[in-house]
Design a protein around this ligand. Structure first.
Ligand SMILES: Cc1cc2nc3c(=O)[nH]c(=O)nc-3n(C[C@H](O)[C@H](O)[C@H](O)COP(=O)(O)OP(=O)(O)OC[C@H]3O[C@@H](n4cnc5c(N)ncnc54)[C@H](O)[C@@H]3O)c2cc1C
Length: 467
């Protein structure tokens, strides 16, 4: 098994062009910081809307090599979080946001078709399954919120028998199937957007970390090691690093991590499971496990149970953690025991920017000319395309449906997370307790009272855990 930070998808996507670092002094209309999905989609939508706009994108390492190029490739709408959206924004704004996120899934597919990018996009929906009695019906509140909002074409609740017809894991019970979801090869998607940006004339710079940002005076200045970019507008799309020291949003983000493995091709196992429809599947845990197939018959399996990172540290055990990978592999074999003797080809991981609401937020920073997005909490692949539209509209001062979506809030309205070191220490304790509680649920044991109490702390202090 090859265990490295960047994982399987980037390797599979093949050799990619390199871009020179930002050098000398440069002027742009808009400068985008961060070359993941959020930054790439923003640059793409800016240049598509206004071809003469000078747009620069600076990336601290390689474009698309962060979480955007190494995730599970679930392209989800936000229906699965609909009850949380209603609780935060009210029914109508939540509905507009969820509908826009549903369109975002299709728009990703349309982008790939339009640009001739083969990124394995397959729209087979998303199945959320219970794997222990504790999670049976855990989707009830979400489906109720959808019914109350008048959604008649919503998700389909499935009996255990119906779930078995989709994927016959011995661990699966009942579930719910959300139609508006797809899977994709995430690195191929990221590199496809990068190529489209380049074609449109976005100037791309790699190995150019934004070290200092000055948002005062006539223009914004972004300093990188070998150059300085000046711009009228700034978009901060640096994902997990927004949790770090010096970030204007450091009080609103916790850094967790998610880790994945991918098997050798096992088409016979996929056939045996009857899992030939390409559905993206996850269980209902707070420390979620998620899995999907690939066109060459592999199973990619991930677990959101990685460690909490101190400050904004996105490297180290946030991306390489042998102990967590052991947990991923035992999760894989628990749900798919027939894989016990099959080879695992790759393991990898990456940081997750978690907001207190577990929902993404788009913010206008106090100067009114800098904007940021964060907090996808492990669900950014589908929504980031919509977020890119919102950030582009805000940076262009356009009033349209994307500049008015409910997730655009002033920074002062965002829920704060505890300061460091309490965020890290408390987060680590809570993660351990939730892990013990969920393991007890999965093995049919009773939960020890201390773990049960600590696992409830987020709820008691108004933090949302899970969808
Ligand atoms: C293992 C794993 C599995 C996941 N699975 C899924 C999934 O199946 N479905 C889903 O929807 N989501 C999933 N996610 C989450 C998803 O990957 C993210 O929500 C999404 O990629 C966020 O995109 P982004 O552009 O905001 O951030 P990123 O992809 O983190 O991009 C930010 C970029 O900014 C760069 N950067 C940071 N600091 C600076 C700086 N100072 N200057 C310049 N550049 C900087 C980084 O190098 C990075 O390239 C998963 C994440 C992980 C780690």
């Amino acid at each position: 098994m090859i265990h490295k930070a960047t994982g399987y998808w980037i390797e599979e996507a093949g050799g990619q062009p390199r871009f020179a670092p930002l050098d000398g002094e440069r002027d742009f209309d808009v400068i985008v910081v961060g070359g993941g999905f959020t930054g790439l989609w923003t640059a793409y939508h800016l240049k598509s809307a206004e071809p003469d706009l000078a747009v620069g994108l600076i990336e601290s390492h390689r474009i698309g090599h962060g979480p955007s190029g190494r995730n599970g490739g679930f392209v989800d709408a936000m229906w699965v979080s609909f009850a949380s959206l209603v609780a935060r924004y009210g029914s109508l704004p939540a509905l507009k946001l969820a509908r826009a996120s549903e369109r975002s899934v299709s728009q990703v597919g349309e982008f790939l078709d339009q640009h001739g990018v083969e990124a394995w996009f397959r729209k087979s929906g998303y199945l959320n399954v219970s794997t222990a009695p504790a999670w049976d019906g855990s989707w009830d509140a979400n489906l109720k919120a959808m019914r109350e909002a008048g959604i008649v074409d919503g998700p389909r609740e499935l009996t255990p028998q119906e779930v078995q017809e989709i994927c016959a894991s011995p661990a699966f019970r009942g579930g719910v199937h959300y139609g508006a979801a797809a899977t994709v090869q995430p690195a191929r998607l990221a590199f496809g957007i990068r190529a489209a940006c380049e074609q449109l004339g976005v100037e791309l710079f790699e190995w150019s970390p934004a070290l200092r940002i000055e948002d005062a005076g006539p223009g914004i200045k972004v300093a990188a090691p070998a150059g300085l970019a000046r711009a009228g507008r700034l978009v901060l799309a640096s994902g997990p690093t927004l949790a770090g020291m010096g970030s204007p949003l450091k009080s609103n983000i916790t850094l967790a991590s998610s880790h994945m493995v991918i098997t050798e091709p096992v088409p016979d196992v996929i056939e045996e499971l009857g899992w030939t429809g390409g559905e993206a599947i996850s269980d209902c845990r707070s420390l979620l496990t998620y899995f999907r197939t690939t066109p060459d018959g592999r199973i990619a399996f991930g677990w959101g149970g990685g460690r909490i990172a101190a400050g904004g540290r996105r490297f180290g055990r946030a991306e390489l953690d042998a102990e967590v990978i052991e947990g991923v592999i035992s999760g894989l074999r628990r749900y798919f025991p027939m894989l016990a003797d099959r080879r695992i080809d790759y393991a990898w991981g990456g940081p997750i920017d978690a907001s207190a609401t577990h929902l993404p937020h788009v913010v206008e920073l106090p100067s009114g000319r800098a904007f940021a997005a964060f907090g996808y909490t492990g669900n950014g692949v589908g929504p980031s395309q919509m977020v890119g539209r919102s950030l582009a509209s805000l940076a262009l001062d356009r009033r349209d449906e994307y500049s008015e979506l409910a997730f655009i809030e002033p920074a002062s309205a965002l829920t704060r997370v505890p300061p460091e070191p309490f965020r890290w220490i408390g987060g680590a304790m809570i993660r351990e307790a939730i892990g013990r509680q969920e393991e007890a649920h999965l093995t049919g044991r009773s939960v020890d009272p201390v773990s049960a109490l600590v696992a409830r702390i987020p709820q008691l202090i108004g933090f949302h855990i899970g969808r």
